[in-house]
Write a protein that binds this ligand. Structure first.
Ligand code: GTP
Ligand code: MG
Ligand code: ZN
Ligand code: ZN
Length: 384
């Protein structure tokens, strides 16, 4: 019997909540033929997939796994029907903050870090995009190009199978990642956004708010011209740090409006604030001291759980560092708007690109930390 998963799924294409009855099923006996198969009352009641009952159909008696969303008509990957938990996160940040580079190294680390998980793409688009980015960064050693603004990029759909759990049924999680263009995030509150982008933002389980420290003037005066040029998306990145504060406020207003949350009330959603490009800050005299926790190897993966004390320390160190830079407005804006905030620091590449934007061997630093925080909060990994 095929049991439909218990936690509500969300259509990865239109992001509307998906119940078994919100799906259409098709039997496809061969390339030229397909017919709809309706759910019986018992199917709905028991939460199971329908069976083809058409006489003479070669699939007669078989369980039907070909499904489409009733709302938008887009095909649904069958894995979505069997997941145990649905996780979604959304990266926001001004243009050039390092979102796409981060997602690329995050996925790579998830695959190769030694975690007992099997990561699989659910659809062809996700596979293709991940392969392209991975090839670009890990093999050709180039910085990625900026993400196209104004169009709604497809979310990346992944399945994580947890192999650490013994038994017949392997827990499976659906992971949706949305990495849009910084330009769209910057003007989120002012221009009518693509309806789909807006649903991603209001529907995400966790928001990843990427903060680029190289936008801070106190940082810029201390860094060499080379590091600055190589670590910024020169063609687009002109945003002043003030934009980050505006972005946070307008993002929050936007989510409030879309989710019917009263103005002034904190948003009940996890927000991971991620300081990117940490490698570039090691040049700074006024940077993190050499014994800081944030510069140490992340302990979470090795401990097979989320080490709360380490994360709390990193959060404190970055807040302290930002305060020393005179940058309290950004964190102030985040704390005022979101209920559950944790600050992280990452380096996707491990060191700045060279003057031609070529990368050395990629050595990501702490890129899994925000994801581990989310997994711990969902009870998927232990908090220790
Ligand atoms: N030093 C350093 N530079 C980085 C790192 N990650 C990204 N960068 C620099 O930041 C630039 C922009 O990175 P992207 O990942 O494309 O940024 P994005 O946020 O996706 O930008 P948009 O798609 O335009 O919104 C890259 O071209 C690099 O120069 C990092 O870990 N270290
Ligand atoms: Mg991008
Ligand atoms: Zn849909
Ligand atoms: Zn049939």
């Amino acid at each position: 019997m095929s049991m439909f998963s218990k936690s509500a799924a969300i259509c990865p294409h239109c992001l509307r909540e998906l119940k078994l009855s919100g799906m259409k099923f098709y039997c496809v006996p061969d390339e030229d033929n397909r017919h709809e198969v309706k759910l019986s009352f018992a199917d709905k009641f028991r939460g199971r997939l329908p069976v083809c009952k058409r006489k003479f159909c070669r699939n007669h008696g078989l369980t039907i796994r070909e499904a489409a969303c009733k709302h938008c008509g887009e095909p649904l990957p069958p894995q979505l029907l069997f997941h145990d938990k649905y996780l979604s996160f959304c990266a926001v940040g001004v243009s050039g903050a390092g979102k796409s580079s981060y997602m690329t190294t995050l996925l790579h680390e998830l695959k190769y870090s030694g975690l007992p998980w099997i990561l699989q793409a659910m659809d062809v688009d996700t596979t293709r995009r991940a392969q392209l980015n991975e090839q670009y960064v890990y093999e050709e050693r180039h910085c990625l190009r900026g993400t196209e603004a104004g169009v709604s990029p497809k979310p990346q759909l992944w399945t994580i199978m947890d192999n650490s759990v013994k038994g017949e049924k392997i827990p499976t999680y659906a992971l949706t990642i949305y990495d849009g263009a910084g330009e769209d995030c910057e003007r989120i509150d002012y221009t009518p956004l693509d309806a789909k982008i807006s649903r991603y933002l209001s529907g995400a389980r966790m928001l990843l708010i990427m903060f680029d420290p190289l936008l801070l003037s106190s940082v810029r005066v201390e860094l060499s011209r080379e590091t600055l040029n190589s670590s910024m998306a020169t063609e687009r990145q002109t945003s002043a740090p003030g934009n980050m504060v505006n972005m946070v406020n307008s993002l929050a207003n936007y989510i409030r409006r879309n989710c019917n949350i009263l103005p002034g009330k904190k948003i009940d959603r996890r927000a991971a604030v991620v300081l990117t490009k940490l490698d570039a800050l090691t040049e700074m005299l006024n940077g993190f001291s050499s014994g800081s926790t944030i510069l140490k190897e992340s302990p979470h993966v090795q401990n097979r759980g989320f080490v709360e004390s380490d994360s709390v320390m990193v959060d404190l160190e970055i807040r302290d560092w930002l305060t020393r830079q005179g940058e309290t407005a950004f964190l102030g804006a985040i704390d005022a708007n979101f209920k559950d905030v944790r600050v992280f620091g990452v380096s996707s590449f491990g060191r700045p690109p060279d003057s031609r934007k070529r990368l050395a061997k990629i050595r990501p630093h702490r890129v899994l930390d925000p994801l581990m925080w989310m997994l711990a909060s969902e009870g998927i990994i232990p908090t220790i």
